[in-house]
Design a protein around this ligand. Structure first.
Ligand code: URA
Length: 264
């Protein structure tokens, strides 16, 4: 899954994510994760065992002396975010957009960040891009309620600009915890910003898509953003590229692949 060349970037990503996470924990009064809870595989990829994430989340919620439960719920993570002002997006947002869908989803879609509609309604992908995403989900013969939908950043970047590095770094620990809570079998990264932020790379989406990448042990499929499909049209090459990517996701999940005929 990982080539030799992007292994290094995956490791840097892990390190960056973990550093941001540890900083967040430090703010909450927790000093760190014991090294014995991290492993390095033969392939050189650092895997953080999932249990410490859950346990630390529980401890943040209830204080350090609490006996940790097994699972950190999405509600607990949302509560821990509070009226978040960890980055500058907190000052301009109307609503924090946490995520929506099945807390036990097998499949999670991760977008870039809320737009105007999402900022107003507090729910991800409810505007035009959301309607396109709904079409993709329906074409997969899934329902919006079956999957989980969230974004790399939870607050709207002004003028819908891509989220900046410090904003992604501030929000990533919470996305990691959401994903660790849901434990999906696959993740779809929607568009350049989401794919590049999650995989910590500058490689263009056109090169990242169509194959699975490793994200903390979960297969991640980058694909074009629904807004891009809105611009390129319903029967465009990019539309069928997304369908090819979703076909691979359905196959990975061992779900039926609906037959779609391509108009010439
Ligand atoms: N675009 C995104 O990336 N996310 C949303 O929630 C809406 C539009």
């Amino acid at each position: 899954m990982n080539t030799h060349s992007n292994r290094h970037s995956t490791q840097s990503h892990m390190f960056a994510s973990l550093t941001a996470y540890l900083q967040d924990l430090q703010e909450s009064g927790i000093d760190g994760i014991p090294t014995e809870l991290m492993t390095v595989t033969e392939a050189g990829i650092v895997h953080q065992q999932t249990a410490p994430f859950e346990q630390i989340g529980e401890n943040e919620e209830k204080g350090d002396n609490a006996v940790p439960e097994k699972h950190e719920s999405l509600e607990q993570i949302r509560k821990n975010l509070g009226e978040c002002q960890r980055c500058k997006l907190g000052t301009t947002r109307k609503n924090l957009v946490f995520g929506v869908g099945n807390p036990k989803a097998r499949l999670v879609f991760v977008g870039e960040g809320p737009g105007a509609d999402e900022d107003t309604q507090g729910e991800p992908f409810v505007g035009d891009a959301g309607k396109m995403l709904n079409r993709i989900i329906a074409a997969m013969e899934l329902k919006r309620e079956d999957v989980y939908i969230c974004n790399v950043v939870k607050c709207r970047p002004p003028q819908n600009r891509p989220p900046e590095t410090d904003e992604v770094a501030a929000c990533s620990p919470f996305l990691l915890r959401q994903l660790n809570s849901i434990k999906p079998e696959a993740i779809v990264a929607l568009g350049t910003s989401a794919a590049q932020a999650l995989l910590q790379t500058k490689v263009p989406i056109s090169k990242l898509r169509s194959k699975f990448h490793d994200f903390h042990g979960i297969p991640l499929m980058p694909t074009y953003h629904p807004s891009y499909l809105l611009r390129t049209g319903g029967n465009s090459d990019s539309f069928w590229s997304v369908w090819d990517d979703m076909t691979q996701v359905l196959q990975l999940l061992k779900l039926p692949v609906p037959n779609k005929s391509r108009k010439k």
